[in-house]
Design a protein around this ligand. Structure first.
Ligand code: C5P
Length: 262
């Protein structure tokens, strides 16, 4: 009997996404950078400042133009309130949004269930990815000692808190987490399936500014980052398009592959 030909294994090669933080007080400043980078494969991060300045219509217009939008408003409230906010984000057509993991399983599950229900009702429309924020990277250990003690009666080390929150994250309903480049390994050890979105990234030669412990896009990609977030090195650059092209070239490596430094 003739043997069926061996099927070639399907190897999915994933690359690290580039997210650009549009931390601007006015839409027109953001639009200038977006126009200069037309046609490049990036995701635009809209945070509280720009969103409060321009509102949901601005976001909807960008989605209609074909831009991929990450709405970074870090929701944290009672389950019903966050679920309703998340549905608004879904209706805007954003690709991903953030909430705090500290909101817990009831809040996150409510969001996930309703997003899925709405996506199914719309015949397979893709729902936005839910990204969880664990411990904000602006915390230093002494401040986190105070907060974790106040909440739990016992001071906790930041990496331990991150590890414990992230280990629950997917069961609670998130698709990915926001973490510092130095936490990628901790997240992967806790749950290797989570999509990691990593700020604190500086291309070689750019200023760290207020980011304390930075990595280059290539270093973060090599560690397996799902996406890197770069803001000011691009948005304050005299040649944003050239900077984006440079970063995209650095990221042109399958996720987690060893990279030879040149
Ligand atoms: O300009 P820069 O590259 O530092 O911007 C990083 C972006 O990522 C900012 O929008 C900042 O608010 C966001 N972010 C961060 N660290 C976190 C979470 C979000 O820098 N832990």
């Amino acid at each position: 009997m003739a043997r069926a030909p061996k099927k070639k294994p399907v190897v999915e090669i994933k690359k690290t996404d580039l997210i650009i933080a549009l931390d601007f007080p006015k839409g027109e400043l953001a639009l200038k950078v977006m126009k200069e980078c037309a046609g490049l494969s990036v995701i635009w991060k809209v945070g509280s400042e720009l969103f409060l300045a321009e509102g949901p219509k601005w976001v909807r217009d960008r989605v209609r133009e074909g831009h991929r939008i990450f709405l970074d408003l870090k929701f944290y409230d009672i389950p019903n309130t966050v679920m309703k906010a998340a549905l608004q984000a879904q209706d805007m057509g954003v690709e991903m949004f953030t909430l705090h993991l500290a909101g817990g399983p009831l809040m996150i599950r409510a969001v996930r269930d309703e997003l899925e229900k709405r996506a199914t009702a719309r015949k397979g429309e893709r729902r936005p990815l839910i990204l969880g924020v664990s411990v904000l990277t602006s915390y230093d250990q002494p401040t986190w000692d105070d907060v974790s003690f106040a909440v739990g009666g016992k001071a906790s080390k930041i990496p331990d808190s991150v590890k414990r929150l992230v280990a629950q994250a997917r069961y609670w309903g998130v698709d990915g987490v926001v973490c510092s480049p130095h936490e990628i390994k901790i997240v992967q050890a806790a749950d290797s399936i989570l999509y990691t979105v990593v700020p604190g990234i500086r291309p070689k030669g750019s200023k760290a500014g207020d980011q304390a412990r930075v990595m280059t896009p290539k270093q973060a990609a090599t560690l397996g980052a799902g996406a890197v977030v770069v803001g000011r090195p691009i948005t304050e650059s005299k040649a944003p398009r050239a900077m984006v092209e440079k970063v995209l070239k650095e990221l042109d490596t399958p996720i987690g592959m060893p990279v030879k430094e040149v």
